[in-house]
Design a protein around this ligand. Structure first.
Ligand SMILES: *[C@@H]1O[C@H](CO)[C@@H](O)[C@H](O)[C@H]1NC(C)=O
Ligand SMILES: *[C@@H]1O[C@H](CO)[C@@H](O)[C@H](O)[C@H]1NC(C)=O
Length: 472
């Protein structure tokens, strides 16, 4: 099947819907050391990853994805829901600038628009709630105007806190959300969109001391949950079926479900380590690809799952916990953290190639100096750069007082792109050419960030003008 937005200029082939799970990844970019988008796209391709979810519509990322054949979910941040809900001019422009432009061949294959990110999260106290459905309606109109309504689907990634229950079969949306969820699901259903949910057994374990550890994984448990005739052996299935029951309760028990985020961090908390992350992610992938499904949906696993996350993001807020900067299956520089078979053809992850590092040098505490007055410098360094691994449960927690200081100095120095002055600290710092890493505690070297828009972008802009010319 194929359809044309503008005859000859933009023809897209539409695959007939298949109901086989596919493994994709979230590509977040809240990092001090961002890899070049083209390096990230090559990383995706080398790992045969064919679906990627973004949190915005970053022109550099989308430009790099053009011609890659990778299916893309672009995101609309929650802050934009209000303007998009109140103006079709705003939604028209958003679609034109952030979708239509990139579909020009050889385009970025944008299939989904994530409208908001967990907008119903309890901690937002309802501030985005009322904008979601009106924004969806405006955007849907704008997609229709651009002749993209059949190809690009609107979705709303929800946190699993949108529903609750002690037993999966009793699942229901939070009472104050029932009405809005009913409207949302009606909308999704009428447009052929799936329900997107983020499921985090790690957070259940992290947040509750009596949560049985094994129940978070997929390796069998002595703490299974019995729910009538059904037995749950892992938190993921239990959570998924709670959603199925909640959807059923509002009349949409058959709604397709996509997992927008799922994963396990490797650092920054006791239960966040390489082994746990590997065990969880491999168990999850094997479970989903086995097509076993769950007790309420036997033989019907989620449509797609997007692992959270592709890369570590060292500049994220640590409000949720120190682990928040360590969700990547790859470290910030695209190096695989542990063996993982994504079930996409490679048996192991492949590292990013051609990463452009800063020179191999580090900033450490000067051993000849009295370091008793270092507290303020540490505070400044760690306030700017990432020192989360130093804390209890982190990979650098045992490196001693001097190690702590060196780690903080180096993190700051790398964020400052190794500027000479940034290793001064009133004479307490010094540059070294010997890698100070100890055991699992890695002292990083930054990568050269590139934020320049290439000539491709200029081509794109002229392409956009051509597109507008044809539309008007
Ligand atoms: C397109 O998306 C980008 C990135 O999310 C955003 O900054 C920009 O405002 C969007 N364009 C419009 C017209 O809203
Ligand atoms: C290093 O810093 C971390 C985080 O502030 C702290 O928990 C740890 O006790 C420090 N280590 C030493 C030996 O002071």
């Amino acid at each position: 099947m194929s359809f044309c937005v503008i005859p000859l200029l933009l023809c897209l082939s539409v695959a007939v819907a298949v109901t086989e799970s596919a493994i994709g990844v979230n590509w977040g970019t809240v990092s001090f050391h961002r890899l070049k988008p083209s390096t990230v796209v090559d990383l995706l391709k080398d790992n045969k990853i064919r679906k990627v979810k973004l949190f915005d519509a970053d022109p550099d990322a989308l430009t790099a994805l053009m011609g890659s054949g990778i299916e893309v979910m672009v995101g609309i941040p929650n802050e934009m829901l209000s303007p998009l809900s109140s103006s079709t001019a705003a939604s028209d422009l958003w679609v034109r600038q952030n979708v239509s432009t990139y579909l020009l061949k050889p385009g970025a294959d944008i299939r989904y628009i994530a409208v908001g990110n967990e907008p119903f999260l309890t901690s937002y106290s309802g501030q985005f709630q009322s904008y979601v459905v009106p924004a969806l309606q405006n955007l849907q109109q704008s997609l229709a105007k651009a002749n993209l309504a059949g190809y690009v689907k609107l979705v709303v990634p929800c946190n699993a806190d949108a529903y609750e229950s002690s037993l999966p079969s009793q699942g229901a949306f939070r009472p104050e959300l029932t009405q809005i969820m009913t409207q949302l699901v009606e909308f999704l259903n009428s447009n052929g969109s799936p329900f997107v949910v983020n499921i985090y057994p790690f957070l259940s374990l992290y947040g509750s001391s009596d949560f049985p550890q094994e129940y978070a994984f997929f390796e069998g448990t002595s703490h299974s949950v019995t729910d009538g005739p059904n037995v749950y052996n892992n938190a993921f299935d239990g959570n998924f079926d709670t959603l199925v029951a909640a959807l059923n309760k509002i009349g949409y028990g058959q709604m397709p479900i996509v997992i927008g985020e799922v994963g396990w961090p490797t650092d920054g908390a006791i239960s966040a380590n390489l082994n746990a992350a590997r065990t969880f992610n491999q168990g999850l992938i094997n479970h989903v690809l086995s097509n076993k499904g769950t007790p309420l949906r036997p033989g019907a696993p989620p449509l797609d799952i997007y692992l959270f996350s592709l890369l570590d993001e060292g500049a994220k807020s640590v409000l949720p916990g120190n682990f928040e900067r360590h969700w990547g299956i790859f470290s910030f520089d695209g190096q695989a953290k542990y063996p993982l078979n994504l079930g996409l053809g490679n048996r192991l992850l492949k590292n990013a190639k051609n990463v452009e590092y800063l020179p191999s040098r580090w900033c450490v505490a000067n051993p000849t100096r009295d370091l008793s007055d270092v507290a303020n410098h540490m505070k400044v360094a760690c306030g700017v750069a990432d020192c989360t691994t130093l804390n209890y449960g982190g990979s650098c927690n045992g490196i001693g007082v001097k190690g702590n200081i060196s780690y903080a100095f180096n993190s700051y120095y790398q964020v400052q792109m190794q500027k000479e002055k940034s290793c001064d600290f009133d004479g307490l710092g010094m540059v070294t050419f010997l890698d100070p890493s100890v055991g699992e505690c890695r002292f990083l070297v930054g990568v050269t960030s590139s934020s320049g828009l290439g000539s491709y972008k200029k081509w794109l802009i002229s392409g956009q003008l051509i597109l507008w010319f044809f539309i008007m």
